[in-house]
Design a protein around this ligand. Structure first.
Ligand SMILES: Cc1cc2nc3c(=O)[nH]c(=O)nc-3n(C[C@H](O)[C@H](O)[C@H](O)COP(=O)(O)OP(=O)(O)OC[C@H]3O[C@@H](n4cnc5c(N)ncnc54)[C@H](O)[C@@H]3O)c2cc1C
Length: 504
């Protein structure tokens, strides 16, 4: 690839990945002289799901000059403080994996150690009272993160400084918003069906469309979805299959009318062979069931989904088969796969759009610096492998730590674990801590919340302290919970009133 002349960049695909990439790569075109063209076809529809995000969505918004108010006004967005996992550890039990931080340190001792030291005295091992985002979510109160006062005492606890949030949105409307941004930036859009790809050992030189046009470029971004038209089909990129670790392989999605005020969290409800999601927007609910086809038929999954959703159906249920795994090298030669073409980790923790934004951004930085070298693509691919492996292990932890007794869940309890997951679980068991990379997307609090919720067997005995000290710790925990409750009680806005104020 050349780094001296302006670059012609072609993005194949106009789904979330295509338009996120276009919005990022089209920034500053006038200065670089680069050109960005998105090619897609209405004959191949976008996947049409992908409506829950994690807090890194705000990096995308900042990056492309949008705000959450824009998504509230134009993409039916709602706020999200976390995910409620129901029936995952056992039928009838639930917990929340909330965004933001949990608890507060006691004189330099980390919160999780205090909690573990007295856990044997609790009637229920519930972390919710110590998670400001979760308490606010359940109270239907929305506030933005507070800034710690300059004159704050070093050990003073400010629960509202520890919250964090993301958004739910209509994926098609988000893509429309990003398309508008991209076109304003000077990107162009061609509605054409690509029927052939011209490549040699140096990479791809052109796409051939069904009307015979050749679209040439220096850099191709493959956002063609699970087909992976450029990366998987043309360049035969190596796909690492992770179905033995994450065996769910099918989803059925359906939209329903909203029956009440949208919740401040996503619901993830486990069933005998997988789980189902519920994501509430301002105008409708997105529902879907995810299952492993070895343990549940399409008919069973469809009737389960339809019997459990709330509200009247807006569309027909739609089946989406998928294969969990990833490309080992999404950046190959002059082609970079972003989105479903690069791989798919099931949507349990809403990570796909994060991956799209992050890797489109890394590509944008490389293009901006003219760094289209092997070193850059190697670094990009290495970071992708590290991150997707860490997310895979985190998702897998939800499945393998369970006390359900159906065949699917029993199989997950004993299935082969990745080396990373084995290490994380062993560290958590013995230390309550785990050694994640500095850049880990899901940090210790996330792992801790999920594993406590899943009923993980921490070595509680090992962490326990003398009864007198445990009583002190319990008193401290009660103070933390009281502080969280008191601060959440002061929040003025309900979810609905916050949305209404941003819509005006
Ligand atoms: C069941 C399910 C639930 C999900 N939930 C979430 C979630 O809650 N949060 C989250 O972050 N992610 C979620 N995801 C992932 C998310 O949906 C995707 O990452 C996101 O939509 C990006 O898709 P895409 O743009 O890569 O592909 P697609 O949406 O499939 O778009 C592919 C594009 O390529 C074009 N194309 C393909 N071939 C050609 C051709 N030959 N010529 C021209 N154009 C072509 C198509 O026209 C289309 O525009 C979910 C995924 C699934 C399967």
């Amino acid at each position: 690839m050349s780094d001296s002349k302006p670059l012609k960049i072609v993005i194949l695909g106009g789904g979330t990945a295509g338009w996120v990439s276009a919005a990022i790569l089209s920034k500053g075109l006038a200065e670089t002289g680069n050109s960005v063209t998105v090619v897609d076809t209405a004959e191949i529809p976008t996947i049409g799901v992908g409506e829950a995000s994690i807090p890194t969505i705000y990096e995308l918004l900042r990056n492309v000059g949008l705000s959450d108010a824009d998504l509230i006004k134009e993409a039916e967005a709602t706020f999200k403080y976390g995910i409620q996992f129901e029936n995952w550890s056992k039928v009838g039990e639930s917990y929340m994996h909330s965004f933001g931080n949990m608890g507060h340190n006691l004189k330099g001792i980390e919160f999780f150690k205090i909690w573990l030291s007295s856990a044997q005295y609790f009637s229920s091992r519930d972390l919710t009272p110590f998670m400001p985002s979760a308490v606010a979510a359940y109270a239907d109160r929305f506030a933005r993160v507070a800034v710690r006062p300059d004159n704050a005492e070093p050990h003073q606890y400010y629960p509202m400084c520890e919250i964090s949030y993301a958004l739910h949105f209509d994926a098609a409307l988000l893509a429309r918003l990003l398309k508008r941004k991209s076109l304003e930036n000077g990107a162009s859009h061609l509605s054409k069906h690509v029927v052939d790809v011209i490549s040699d050992e140096t990479g791809i030189s052109a796409l051939k469309t069904d009307d015979g046009e050749l679209i040439e470029a220096d850099v191709f971004v493959d956002c063609s979805g699970m087909r992976g038209v450029l990366s998987r089909q043309e360049l035969a990129s190596d796909f690492e299959n992770w179905q033995s670790f994450l065996p769910c392989d099918t989803a059925i999605a359906v939209q329903t009318e909203l029956t009440k005020t949208p919740r401040l969290y996503t619901r993830s409800i486990a069933h005998e062979a997988g789980w189902r999601w519920e994501i509430q927007l301002q105008n409708r609910t997105g529902n879907g069931i995810v299952y492993c086809s070895d343990f549940m038929s399409e008919d069973q999954a469809t009737s389960k989904l339809l019997s459990e959703v709330e509200g009247k159906l807006i569309n027909e249920p739609r089946k989406i088969p998928f294969k969990t795994g990833r490309l080992n090298n999404p950046w190959q030669k002059n082609c970079v796969a972003i989105g479903l073409s690069a791989g798919f980790l099931e949507p349990l923790e809403s990570t796909s759009i994060h991956l799209i934004c992050k890797y489109a951004n890394l590509l944008g930085e490389a293009l901006g610096k003219g760094e289209l070298t092997h070193e850059t693509s190697d670094e990009f691919n290495m970071e992708w492998r590290r991150e997707t492996e860490e997310i895979r292990d985190f998702l897998m932890a939800h499945y393998v730590v369970n006390q359900r007794d159906e065949p699917f869940w029993k199989k997950m309890q004993t299935c082969e674990q990745t080396a990373g997951l084995k290490r994380y679980l062993s560290e958590l068991h013995s230390m309550g801590w785990l050694s994640l990379s500095d850049q880990a997307l899901f940090g210790h609090d996330s792992w801790f919340e999920v594993l406590v919720g899943q009923g993980f067997n921490f070595d509680y005995q090992k962490f326990s302290v003398q009864p007198a000290q445990a009583q002190q710790h319990i008193g401290f925990l009660q103070n933390v919970a009281g502080a969280v409750q008191a601060e959440v009680g002061k929040i003025q806005n309900s979810h609905k009133s916050m949305i209404e104020s941003l819509r005006d």
